[in-house]
Design a binder for this molecule. Structure first.
Ligand SMILES: *Cc1c(COP(=O)(O)O)cnc(C)c1O
Length: 386
């Protein structure tokens, strides 16, 4: 689909795919309809608020990682549920959160005790929850494992203060990352074994994110079985808060080749950067797909693709193509809607890619372009003098 309009797109540009986003949302809504669970957008994966009206047609609301995401949801999805979780909240955060959030999840009993009076006295009904750490996960990459030894995320069973539950109506766990529902099923059993006696006292339970629901091989039936297990055993409202799954494969990053150099290999320098524009490529790390490319040497012309920064390791990976790459050629990186526009940066003063949309009617539109001011204005004040 994007290939048809590729030459209309000024590069670099993230292009959100309205069709694929809608398809993902329809699938998620069908799970809400079948199970009465509620699905929330984890905004940290995708906060492109121009799409919030579309998203709110299908799912129940959002969750935020702190005050700014909570405010964004309040502004652009005002009629939907607004949940928030953070490792710790400041007094200032809480003053604002009690005005805009319906659910607040605490990472510790000390945080709960610190803020509960403010919540009780705020004049709104707020559902409060505790994040638990079941000390069980199947994540290999340590930086993404909230249950790794010594993790600060959630209350372990031994730290659980069952005499401080007055005012707590829900429990929350987040222990998964890009996983299928067999992992969820095993996790749910362990959460039940360890925390079942507390879930009994709750109105709701939140299964967190990391559910790759919109991936092709995802097993929906086991997800439904996991939701129904808690729903039937304890009568609780189940929440899921996927980030990735909302906009999985619902966008591209379109780039141009700027130069070809040679050092042992052929190296193509692009107008996008792994470090600045797709940081998960270096952080996860992983190798993004590119349309019409192959693994190294699979097609006749192999290149190392590299960014336009001074970081030596700003390389995206080795790819092969049917024809030699030339300056000006377009390369389209796949699955670039999530964890990109929310994470990119202007290191080296590199300009941020524009954000556009491929609409369901096949038309491409630019939503936002960036320039010198977006780099400058985060670094200081024009009115300050030393
Ligand atoms: C990151 C995160 C999510 C979303 O995770 P995905 O892997 O993008 O689905 C949901 N809840 C919490 C608490 C998170 O930290």
């Amino acid at each position: 689909m994007i290939e048809k309009i590729i030459n209309e797109i000024p590069t670099p540009c993230y292009v959100i795919d309205e069709n694929k986003l809608t398809e993902n949302l329809k699938l998620l809504k069908s799970i809400e309809d079948k199970t009465d669970c509620k699905i929330l957008l984890a905004q940290k994966a995708f906060s492109n608020f121009n799409f919030y009206p579309l998203i709110s047609e299908y799912i129940s609301g959002t969750t935020a990682s702190g005050i700014n995401e909570a405010k964004l949801a309040h502004e652009f999805m005002p009629d939907k549920e607004n949940h928030v979780f953070a490792p710790a909240f400041t007094e200032q955060d809480m003053d604002e959160l009690v005005r805009i959030c319906g659910h607040i999840v605490f990472n510790s009993f000390s945080q709960w005790k610190k803020h509960r009076d403010k919540i009780k006295n705020c004049g709104r009904d707020i559902e409060c929850g505790i994040r638990i750490n079941p000390e069980y996960s199947e994540i290999e990459t340590k930086i993404y494992d909230p249950c790794a030894e010594g993790s600060r995320m959630g209350v372990t069973l031994s730290a659980f203060e069952d005499d401080e539950l007055d005012g707590i109506t829900g429990l929350h766990f987040h222990t998964m990352c890009e996983q299928n529902s067999d992992t969820l099923w095993r996790t749910v059993q362990i959460v039940d074994e360890k925390f079942g006696r507390y879930i009994k006292q709750m109105k709701w339970i939140n299964f967190g994110g990391g559910h790759h629901i919109t991936r092709e091989d995802y097993d929906i039936e086991t997800l439904i079985k996991s939701i129904n297990f808690f729903k039937e055993k304890y009568g609780v409202q189940v929440y899921l808060e996927p980030g990735e799954a909302i906009a999985l494969n619902a966008g591209w990053l379109v780039s141009s080749v700027l130069d070809i150099v040679h050092n042992v290999k052929d190296i193509a320098i692009l107008d996008v950067s792994a470090a600045c524009h797709m940081p998960d490529v270096l952080e996860m790390p992983y190798r993004p797909n590119i349309i019409n490319s192959g693994k190294p040497n699979e097609k006749p012309y192999t290149y190392r693709l590299a960014g336009n920064t001074c970081l030596a390791g700003d390389t995206i990976g080795d790819y092969s193509f049917d024809k030699p790459l030339c300056s000006g050629d377009r390369l389209v990186f796949c699955d670039m809607a999530i964890y990109t526009t929310v994470k990119n940066n202007t290191f080296n003063g590199i300009t941020l890619p524009s954000i556009g949309v491929l609409k369901s009617n096949g038309k491409f539109e630019i939503i936002k372009q960036f320039g010198y001011n977006d780099f400058k204005m985060r670094l200081g004040s024009e009115t300050y003098e030393l």
